[in-house]
Design a protein around this ligand. Structure first.
Ligand code: PLP
Ligand code: COI
Length: 345
């Protein structure tokens, strides 16, 4: 697909941060009368919706997050879009929404990225094009029933770091008085309401100086679950790569990739329960996700206890640094894509 050269839009690429920016277009699909529309590229960032849409009233709203990168040769690659297609379908099924066909999803992402190729941050700046698909019930229903119409919008947004400073460690606060996900609820799917529920605990943590909140399991309050917008990964006292196995954690595509890379590095990889009491014995801890990539965590505050990870200095641990640089290198075309994770636009 021929496209405009990455980085030719008029933006300050070195200072992007993680915030909304207007691009040329988003792509819009509507499911009505039993079929999906062909999709259209739309410039207007405002969406006109029916007053009684089920997305706003009853929270029939799900989203995804993935990234595209400019490579040194001028091409653009999307990181593992098939995985987002699958997770979007799983989220849709849980909320009784019409899923978007997985093969068409990848094609739709390619179309909208191609149209906005000049908004992809240029190679070497560390930025990327964050792609945010949003699917919601757009039909009018006032009794509690699933919608008879759905809208999928896929918007591209050029971004830099989510937490300022890239690989600089952050402090996390264990959220001990709120739960993220009920045992048989919707924690494992990417529904908008999960994020609304996190806003208050998140703000309370930020006010105390902690940019990132860590949730425990809702049933026993004793096992690590995940951060507000990312998974919890760690290197345990035996040197194994560990991450919580829990039915209420969002299955992170970044985490899945890190597990493959950790195995490739010869590490033992364990998806298992991680008691909060074990945290003080962990050698390294990081938050991982599309937006945060791999963010090292060097302090975890649990009730009155400050748990220092990686000793007094609490720098970025060696395994975290290694896995971060390996995933970034594959994303940006600086290392062989041996797992076939990237899709060319
Ligand atoms: N956990 C939560 C709650 C998230 O919102 C995200 C972000 O999507 C993740 C984990 C990381 O998932 P992924 O690596 O697929 O972006
Ligand atoms: C992502 O990492 O893509 C997310 O969805 C996190 C978002 C809530 C900022």
């Amino acid at each position: 697909m021929a496209h405009r050269a990455p980085g030719t839009a008029n933006l300050d690429w070195a200072n992007l941060g993680f915030e909304f920016r207007q691009t040329r277009s988003h792509i819009k699909f509507v499911w009505k009368n039993g079929e999906w529309s062909e999709g259209e590229l739309v410039a207007d960032p405002y969406v006109k919706v029916h007053i009684a849409n089920t997305g706003l009233h009853y929270g029939q709203a799900i989203f995804e997050g993935l990234k595209a990168f400019a490579w040194q040769d001028g091409s653009i690659r999307i990181f593992r879009p098939q995985e987002n297609a699958k997770r979007l379908r799983m989220s849709a099924e849980r909320l009784l929404m019409t899923a978007f066909p997985e093969d068409k999803f990848v094609e739709a992402v390619r179309r909208v990225v191609a149209d906005n190729a000049d908004y992809v941050p240029p190679f070497g700046t560390g930025g990327s094009l964050y792609i945010r698909p949003l699917l919601f019930g757009s039909g009018a229903r006032i009794g509690l029933n699933p919608s008879d119409e759905y809208t999928l919008l896929i918007m591209p947004i050029p971004v830099g770091d989510y937490y300022k400073g890239g690989l600089s460690p952050v402090s996390a606060l264990v959220i001990d008085d709120y739960d993220r996900a009920a045992p048989r609820g919707v924690g494992h799917v990417k529904v908008a309401g999960n994020y609304a529920a996190d806003l208050l605990p998140n703000l309370l943590g930020k006010k105390k100086g902690y940019p990132i909140g860590l949730y425990l399991d809702a049933k026993t309050n004793s096992f690590v679950e995940e951060f507000s917008t990312s998974n919890f990964v760690a290197i345990d006292s035996s040197g194994a790569f560990v991450t919580p196995r829990s039915p209420t954690v969002l299955p992170s595509i970044t985490n899945k990739s890190l597990m493959d890379l950790a195995r490739d590095e010869g590490l033992a990889v364990q998806e298992r329960a991680i008691p909060i009491t074990e945290v003080k014995t962990l050698r390294e801890v990081a938050a991982c996700g599309t937006a945060v990539v791999v963010t090292p965590v060097n302090r975890i505050v649990y009730r009155d206890e400050v748990i220092k990870i990686g000793g007094e200095d609490g720098g970025t641990g060696p395994v975290t640094a290694k896995l971060y640089s390996r995933v970034r290198a594959i994303q940006q075309g600086e290392a062989e894509d041996k797992f076939s994770w990237t899709v060319k636009v």
